[in-house]
Design a protein around this ligand. Sequence first.
Ligand code: BV8
Ligand code: ZN
Length: 247
Amino acid sequence: MSQDEAVERLAERLRGASRVTVVTGAGVSAASGIPTFRGSGGLWRNHRPEDLATAAAFARDPRLVWEWYAWRRGLVAAAQPNRAHEVLALWSRRFPRFRLITQNVDGLHERAGTSGVIRFHGSLWEVSCWGACGRMPARWRDERTFDRLPPRCDACGGWLRPGVVWFGEPIDPEALEASGEALDCEICLAVGTSAVVYPAAGLVTAAGARGAFTAEINPEATPASAAVDLAIAGPAEDVLDRVDRRL
Ligand code: BV8
Ligand code: ZN
């Protein structure tokens, strides 16, 4: 099937749909200049993301881990949402029951105007008290450029940690519940994710098991490509734009 035919097949499905759920990964932010995890540029100072995004790494060297998050906050603050984010923001207003579950912590979907984003892995722009002193909310927004790293909790003076879900940590129960509801959909689309990190990697096939038509948009094949009903090989900013023009 040519890419054009695949784009038309997805547009055809979307034209009559109302309950549409999209799951996104780092690939949707690639065109905004944000390095993906596994693509070239994923390594930071020769550290693999999996080695920095853990509580153990933070306990070992909180300054190093914060330098990585501060670098990412700087990159994202200087970046702009791209056409992929824009089309999904349009769709969040087009489809009566649209849900967006993102693994991305960059906040670019929200900046593009998508409301009700389910932040499956948290946010770069939120922090929490490492010591869980209980005198601050569980997680709160803090967009400051910190003058010293690690930043400190105003209540107990302990370290702050990034408000993200690290490897080995559970998904936030609210995000899990909202995602579970979102999987009851007519169409579930995975965009820009390598489908390697769980439980996020199991979402699109779980929607398929509940009867949804499933599709994937990714320039490369992933472990999910053979499991979905339609795999469209191409960059999200281009393919989503072409699908949207046919709606
Ligand atoms: C947990 C936040 C348990 C932090 C992240 C089952 C099997 C095997 C392993 C496990 C399993 N279940 C759990 C595990 C362990 C682990 C895991 O999955 N490990 C992997 C490495 C095998 N999972 C966990 O630890 C999870 N927690 O299981 O807890 C538990 C339960 C109860 C009580 C206690 C504990 C938590 C996982 C969350 C970790 N946090 N992020 C931060 O960002 O700093 S994960 C992080 O990596 C991202 O959020 C994302 O999820 C993942 C990266 O994946 P992608 O976003 O897909 O990006 P990637 O670079 O890999 O791929 C980019 C893709 O885009 C590519 O395919 C490329 O081709 C494509 N692309 C490129 N350009 C474009 C494009 N696509 C479209 N357009 C383009 N232009
Ligand atoms: Zn505290």
